[in-house]
Write a protein that binds this ligand. Sequence first.
Ligand SMILES: NC(=O)c1ccc[n+]([C@@H]2O[C@H](COP(=O)([O-])OP(=O)(O)OC[C@H]3O[C@@H](n4cnc5c(N)ncnc54)[C@H](O)[C@@H]3O)[C@@H](O)[C@H]2O)c1
Length: 346
Amino acid sequence: MKQVNIALLGMGRIGKIHFNNITQHFSTARITAVSDLQYDIALFQQQHNDIFFSNDAQEVIGRSDVDAVLICTPTGSHADLIESAIKDGKHVFCEKPMDLSLSRTASLSQMAEDAGVKLMLGFNRRFDPDFLAARKAVREGKIGEVQIVKITSRDPGLPSVDYIKSSGGLFMDMAIHDFDMARYIMDKEVVEVFAKGLVLIDKEVGEAGDVDTALTTLIFADGTYAVIDNSRKAIYGYDQRLEIFGTGGMIQVENNLHNRNVLYDSNGIHYSLPLDFFMDRYTKSYLKEMELFIDALTNDKPMPAGGKDGLEATLIAFAAKLSMKTGRAVKLSEVAEAVKNESATA
Ligand SMILES: NC(=O)c1ccc[n+]([C@@H]2O[C@H](COP(=O)([O-])OP(=O)(O)OC[C@H]3O[C@@H](n4cnc5c(N)ncnc54)[C@H](O)[C@@H]3O)[C@@H](O)[C@H]2O)c1
């Protein structure tokens, strides 16, 4: 494939990032069609008269000038759209998670494989330059045998309660990125999960059936750990840090700040705040993930974060949710059994 024709579904917060990246940065890909439920068609076509637009995603997926579909719609709509795209022989990039049901997630991953369709999950943090460099150092043995990974992942503020209700909750919506990052850094599979969660920021979160603050311990097959702390609200901005501790040393990835200046005065030593949110903090990673998606299609390479990665992260999120509910550690093998059970929905 010399040039990839892409349909983008969902022009919300994340969809707009991908739209701008593809239209501005890649000569081997172009957007031929867009679908969004709320967009004003006339306005969109005034700005992009060469791009087909429809409020109906199915109409867009079915077009002959579409090779690949980017799914950036709310989580609850992902599975049906992935399925339609696969059935139509279109390659898929989907934002996390694929679905809130484990069995559907597993079957979509299998369906893509059986159909010979490439499927990539939007685990963009893998492609952040700092995290990539940390992973490379681990693989090169720079810190010896890794024993503990610590991930701090705190949002600057709560999303709307409507968003929370349809998101699958903190573990499935937010921590899922951190679960993927832990697997990616360690290059090992998680076997057991212990998680606790609280409502400390807004009682409406609890009324919506979710938590806003959580601590998760992941245990890998060789007994080593990852510890993840999540909050939906850090008053100083988007807090995204990583620490990897091994027999030969430690790697710290600090926050990306608004600037690197350090102000010294009689009150102390002051740094600027972290970048505001994912749109600013992960700019480079969104660009890189799209570059890799397009490269995998144009040069027939494997996807860098595929269906199996989506399924593993979803299994961990599901186990975390079950652990929080039951107050006990949950083995992934126990949760994997639930894949066979249609009722296993987070
Ligand atoms: N990778 C990341 O860093 C990241 C960041 C934010 C969100 N996400 C994920 O991306 C997805 C979207 O999140 P968002 O924050 O951009 O949401 P959003 O609400 O800002 O945007 C969703 C858009 O999809 C449109 N839409 C809804 N149903 C549709 C349908 N059936 N067909 C076409 N358009 C439809 C809506 O009109 C809206 O414009 C979620 O699954 C979320 O988990 C990922």
